[in-house]
Design a protein around this ligand. Structure first.
Ligand SMILES: NC(=O)c1ccc[n+]([C@@H]2O[C@H](COP(=O)([O-])OP(=O)(O)OC[C@H]3O[C@@H](n4cnc5c(N)ncnc54)[C@H](O)[C@@H]3O)[C@@H](O)[C@H]2O)c1
Length: 326
């Protein structure tokens, strides 16, 4: 069965997800976006309708895919769950840990699927590294180092720069590696973080995460690098081995050279299939009952909780223990 997908938002991620749904064999039939100059052309390209209201969109689709600014996610999740419509939602699941936890609880109570787009889990180099950890090839993991350093994104409007709406570099960018660190080394019990704001940049943050199992993660997220650059790295060290990965090519080797700089940075890949497409194919398989979610909604909420602790540590210059204790 081809799924009918309604997308909320018509910006960078809406277009990226739409391409993925097409590749998955599903069909974006409806789009709802407020204040967008791109919604009409995106809908026309996809042969989709522009919905006048969210209720109208929900009545016409099998799944809603929320690609609007972060502070709007919970509101859209709530109404979809009340209508019994399955939800895909861009990360972060909520602007705050409370919002993210509410989204999880509401979808659980309504019995609707909530799939959150933590795309790094679909980059094969990252998932293979994690498979090796799970298989015990690295022994007991002691340290994890993750870096995601790029330039300040340009969205539809100025919401990325509005901390109240986006949560800044921590909630918008660093959350990818916070989720990955939890996936590899488990729950986080304590964080310490510092932020620098080189003039004109969107901020540069380094956080250390102490995992309950004893491992230590060192996570850097930066919007202070030159336009067009995107550097990622991964290093996992355990009692039996060390695994490293560094990627800094700005464009995929398989994609024709281009001088265009993406408004919103996306990590470099040399793969024939974009991990964003792999991710949407996975969501489609889950929605068809053919696979279990690789990212649980509770994991997505836990990543927001860790990011919130990182923000608190930056504000207070103190280590923060999750769960409220000091
Ligand atoms: N996974 C990733 O790699 C990645 C990358 C960038 C952004 N994101 C996340 O995706 C989400 C969207 O980011 P983006 O880059 O597409 O932003 P964007 O600014 O390019 O697009 C946002 C879209 O939402 C629309 N919009 C604004 N307010 C709305 C509202 N109240 N209701 C409906 N539509 C509304 C805007 O008109 C615009 O079309 C954010 O949560 C962001 O954190 C994820």
């Amino acid at each position: 069965m081809t799924l009918r997908v309604g997308i909320v938002g018509a910006g960078n991620m809406a277009a990226t997800h739409a391409a993925g749904w097409n590749e998955a064999g599903d069909r974006v039939t409806h789009i709802l976006a407020t204040g967008s100059t791109r919604a009409g052309s995106l809908a026309a390209d996809l042969g989709a309708e522009l919905s006048d209201s969210y209720e109208e969109l929900l009545a016409a689709v099998d799944v809603v895919d929320i690609c609007s600014p972060t502070d709007t996610h919970l509101g859209y999740v709530e109404v979809a769950a009340a209508s019994g419509v399955s939800v895909v939602c861009e990360k972060p699941l909520g602007r705050t840990a409370k919002e993210a936890q509410e989204a999880v609880a509401i979808c659980e109570a309504a019995g609707v699927l909530l799939l959150v787009a933590h795309v790094v889990r679909f980059f094969p180099e990252y998932s293979v590294a994690r498979d090796r950890v799970v298989a015990g090839e690295l022994g007991d993991v002691a340290t994890v180092r993750l870096d995601r350093s790029t330039y300040f994104p340009v969205g539809d409007g100025s919401w990325f720069g509005d901390h109240e709406r986006s949560g800044g570099v921590v909630l918008d960018l660093m959350i990818h590696d916070v989720d990955y660190a939890r996936w590899v080394a488990g729950d986080v019990e304590r964080v310490y973080a510092r932020r620098a704001e080189p003039t004109g940049s969107g901020g540069h943050v380094l956080a250390t995460l102490r995992h309950r199992g004893g491992a230590l993660s060192h996570v850097q997220g930066s919007w202070a690098f030159p336009e067009g650059s995107f550097r990622t790295s991964l290093e996992i060290a355990g009692s039996e081995g060390l695994l490293t990965l560094h990627a800094s090519e700005p464009f995929s080797a398989l994609v024709p050279e281009s001088d265009d700089v993406s408004a919103v940075p996306q990590p470099p890949t040399t793969l024939a299939e974009s991990p964003y497409v792999t991710q949407m194919k996975h969501f489609s398989a889950v929605l068809h009952g053919l696979a279990d979610p690789i990212v649980s909604a509770t994991d997505a909420a836990a990543a927001v909780e860790v990011c919130e602790a990182i923000l608190q540590s930056i504000d207070t210059c103190q280590a923060v223990t999750l769960g409220g204790a000091s």
